[in-house]
Design a binder for this molecule. Structure first.
Ligand SMILES: Cc1cc2nc3c(=O)[nH]c(=O)nc-3n(C[C@H](O)[C@H](O)[C@H](O)COP(=O)(O)OP(=O)(O)OC[C@H]3O[C@@H](n4cnc5c(N)ncnc54)[C@H](O)[C@@H]3O)c2cc1C
Length: 805
């Protein structure tokens, strides 16, 4: 057996084999896969082998598209068959809401180059005759859907990897992974020790156990899953005899997926009485066996399916496949460099290995070989969860995710499992004031405040929800008087030391401010992609506070630690330093009433230490609302005293609390972008306008400088713009196509309703040459075209007089 390797991939399921193949494809041939049994010995061998592109996350959908298109390439390279059946598939909609969702998906597919199609019940009957279309109002047809042979495909990946120089060691169990002081790994196996520069955990059903060998908790859980294969079904046999194939049918109302298998049918369920499997750990002796049949938990699902697919009822059961596979709390894979670890990579929790495995392998290989991925991978980045995550949270979330696999995913929906979990000292106060809660990165965050007999629940919807009135009320309070909310949804970092300024100058593209001042700056990857959007506060020459998105803490900390300099101390203080934001024309009066220090000379973008009420605070004059405003930070034990001071002082001035819904409406008045909407690794600073914060003058070779300069020279091909949309009851959410002269020329990044201006606003990209004031376009929202006009003048405080005054 080989005893040294550049990469040791642990696990020979479809995912490990895909990672191995993609590493060789990108030029690393000294790579090795270690499998404790035969290839496919986890979830892979008993998969139903179905694949599809449909995914609520656009980047995930694109990677699923990549995976599906890859199979032909694999067959060509290896001469092996993946057993491909590109039969197409239709997802049914039995309610208007679900039809809206499918239409929104179809719209996204337009600029992704996916040829899906909205179909009527009559067309569904023709395409998929096995379906009873009673009660169906339409569907989404995807010609790329299909199924394959799971084992053949995994072996094709393996052969392609071997052809690229990779080695595969089967019947070799990894027992320990021990890191050497230089960051490389000793991978101890049943056949001896392998010295590897990098380790990839692709342990599938055993990913938790493999992770624990390196002291890492992987937030995933196996769930039992069952599908049934029938004997011959005459209608299917007839289609086959006629030279045809029956397409897949996804029936979300019945939580089922159905396809042809041989001359019969195969149907699987995501049943509500689902069961987690191997709660305390996956047994090492589990392998090529199945779980006992369990018809009880799918009894209701089967009854539903008999109505939707009547041919099933008469068909005999040929076999039942009941096996486990793993999920992360949100159902997306866990991929990338594991935060806090050196040379340790994750490729686990891939719940749809045959839809996603190719994309996961490509992204991980790009990350390892080239240092970064070609697109934003946050939806599957293992850094989207923080070190607060544990099995107590993961298990209920995984169960919820399984149960909601076929549910409609609404853009404003807040999922209830494992909540409330993390809260700040303000939780009971805000709860008593009517907070309607959301969760970000495990933390409870008020979305808005219900008053009187308004329900304490926001109705999930693609259209304007019942939060509309409350949001309008909160926006009005901010723009006319003063609003208050917590700053707990900022990620906050303390950077100290003699080397702090030089480090910030190198890692951030923007100017590092002088003591007492703030600056806004993009953080760039070496290839010039946006990996952060920060506010830097200079508290003294050797002490800085950074603020950015709360949900990106592990993502940002990983990058910081990978790139830290000597002489710099870095601390994530997101949960230990908190406070409030006050914003609106009376914000200054409120703050002045709480401190004996004269703040009249505090300029926009100043930062000061002040005692506010009884709390020692860091006060910054800046606000994401675009209004006159202050962010006031203190330590947690002082937070309630700070609240008392600000709230009491604010009452005579009409102060109201406001939540995230109002915040997101207020920022639209100024066209302010938001992290992971307008600003993400999918985009560059020049495309989004953040290049105005890049300091090309500073004599520092900051990360991403060369790429940013090259783009400045050439000019970006597309530009982020704002649009006023003639919408009715639904606003832009994200990824709606922008049409010009009958063609899709761009897409939206986010949008919503500006309650201040009483207009529907969208932000999105169009080709640079087209980005001119007044450009008339159409934006497709939920399948309907709406006229929209490009606008360049902010809707509120266009000259910044109030914000800066
Ligand atoms: C009933 C059922 C139906 C399914 N249908 C579909 C479908 O239609 N379409 C779809 O896309 N997906 C489907 N899936 C899901 C699919 O099976 C998984 O997404 C996929 O198999 C995950 O592959 P993996 O490589 O991550 O993990 P696994 O297949 O679990 O592979 C992990 C491998 O790692 C090895 N390993 C673990 N620990 C060690 C160690 N210490 N040393 C050495 N080797 C180790 C194991 O032996 C195993 O071979 C289905 C799953 C089930 C249960």
């Amino acid at each position: 057996m080989k005893t040294t390797t550049r990469v040791a991939v642990i696990g020979g399921g479809v995912v490990g084999c895909s990672v191995l193949y993609h590493l060789t494809k990108l030029g690393w041939s000294d790579v090795m896969l270690i499998e404790r049994s035969e290839l496919t010995s986890g979830s892979t061998w008993h998969a139903a082998g179905g694949f599809h592109t449909l995914n609520g996350d656009t980047n995930m959908a694109a990677l699923q598209g990549y995976t599906i298109k890859l199979y032909k390439e694999l067959e060509e390279i290896t001469g092996m068959s993946c057993g491909l059946h590109h039969v197409g598939g239709v997802t049914l909609a039995e309610t208007q809401e679900r039809f809206d969702m499918l239409k929104a998906e179809r719209a996204k597919h337009r600029f992704m180059g996916l040829e899906t199609e909205i179909v009527s019940p009559e067309e569904i009957k023709k395409i998929a005759p096995v379906t009873n279309v009673d009660g169906i109002i339409g569907g989404l047809y995807d010609p790329l859907d299909g199924h394959l042979d799971p084992s053949g495909t995994t072996h094709a990946y393996a052969k392609a990897a071997r052809m690229g120089g990779a080695t595969i060691e089967t019947h070799c169990k990894v027992i320990e992974t021990n890191q050497r002081p230089d960051g490389t790994w000793d991978v101890v196996t049943s056949k001896g020790t392998i010295h590897a520069e990098h380790v990839v955990n692709a342990g599938g059903l055993w990913a938790r156990e493999v992770g624990a060998m390196a002291g890492v908790y992987f937030p995933l859980h196996p769930m039992e899953h069952q599908y049934i294969v029938t004997d011959e079904v005459p209608m299917i046999a007839e289609i086959i005899d006629g030279g045809g194939e029956h397409p897949h049918v996804m029936d979300p109302a019945g939580e089922s997926y159905l396809r042809q298998e041989g001359r019969g049918l195969c149907i699987g369920f995501y049943e509500q009485p689902c069961k987690p499997w191997a709660v305390d750990g996956t047994p090492w002796d589990f392998g090529h066996e199945l779980l006992p049949d369990d018809f009880d938990k799918i009894e209701d699902s089967i009854a539903f399916a008999y109505n939707r697919f009547p041919a099933l009822e008469a068909a005999g059961v040929k076999s039942v496949i009941h096996g486990p596979f793993t999920f992360a709390p949100d159902g997306n894979p866990l991929v990338g460099p594991v935060p806090g670890m050196r040379n340790y990579w994750s490729a686990c929790a891939v719940m749809a290995g045959f839809s996603q495995g190719g994309g996961v392998g490509l992204m991980l290989a790009q990350w390892m070989v080239e240092g970064e991925c070609e697109r934003d991978t946050f939806a599957m980045d293992c850094a989207r969860f923080g070190d607060w995550i544990n099995p107590g949270y993961t298990r209920p979330k995984v169960i919820e995710n399984y149960q909601k696999r076929f549910s409609i995913a609404y853009p404003n929906e807040e999922l209830p499992a494992a909540r409330p979990f993390r809260t700040t000292p303000m939780y009971d106060i805000f709860d008593g004031m009517g907070a309607v809660w959301g969760a970000q990165y495990g933390m409870e965050v008020p979305n808005y405040f219900a008053e009187g007999d308004e329900p304490r629940y926001e109705t999930p919807s693609f259209r304007r929800s019942n939060a509309f009135k409350a949001t309008a009320r909160e926006v009005k309070a901010v723009r006319e008087n003063v609003g208050i909310n917590e700053v707990h949804n900022f990620g906050k970092y303390l950077v100290k030391g003699a080397g702090a300024r030089a480090w910030l100058d190198r890692i951030m593209a923007g100017r590092v401010p002088q003591p007492g001042r703030l600056s806004l700056t993009p953080m760039l990857s070496p290839k010039g992609r946006l990996i952060g959007d920060f506010t830097i506060s200079c508290l003294s020459e050797e002490e800085f506070q950074l603020t950015a998105s709360y949900g990106s803490q592990a993502y940002h900390m990983r990058w910081f630690l990978q790139n830290l300099d000597d002489g710099v101390s870095l601390e994530n203080i997101s949960d230990t330093r908190n406070g409030f934001q006050i914003a609106g024309p009376k914000a200054r009066e409120v703050l002045q009433a709480c401190t004996r220090t004269d703040i009249s000379d505090m300029r926009f973008m100043d930062v000061r230490r002040l005692t506010v009420g009884m709390a020692d605070c860091i006060v910054q004059r800046v606000s994401y609302t675009g209004d006159l405003g202050y962010e006031i930070y203190c330590d947690l034990p002082s937070q309630r005293a700070l609240w008392d001071a600000l709230w009491n002082a604010g009452q005579p001035m009409g102060m109201k609390p406001f939540g995230m819904r109002a915040m997101m409406s207020l920022r639209l008045d100024k066209f302010f972008g938001s992290w992971l909407r307008e600003f993400s690794p999918d985009y560059t600073a020049a495309e989004t306008g953040l290049d105005r914060f890049i300091s090309f003058k500073k004599p520092v070779d900051f990360v991403g400088r060369a790429a940013a300069e090259a783009e400045r020279e050439a000019g970006p091909a597309r530009q982020l713009c704002a649009f006023e949309v003639e919408a009715d009851d639904a606003d832009v959410v994200a990824y709606e196509p922008i049409w010009l002269d009958g063609a899709v020329v761009g897409f939206c990044t986010s949008g919503g309703y500006s309650h201040y201006a009483q207009k529907s606003i969208a932000l999105g990209f169009v080709p640079t040459g087209k980005a001119v004031e007044g450009l008339a376009v159409e934006i497709e929202i939920l399948g309907k075209m709406y006229r929209a006009r490009l606008i360049t003048q902010p809707l509120f405080d266009a000259d910044g007089a109030r914000m800066r005054g």
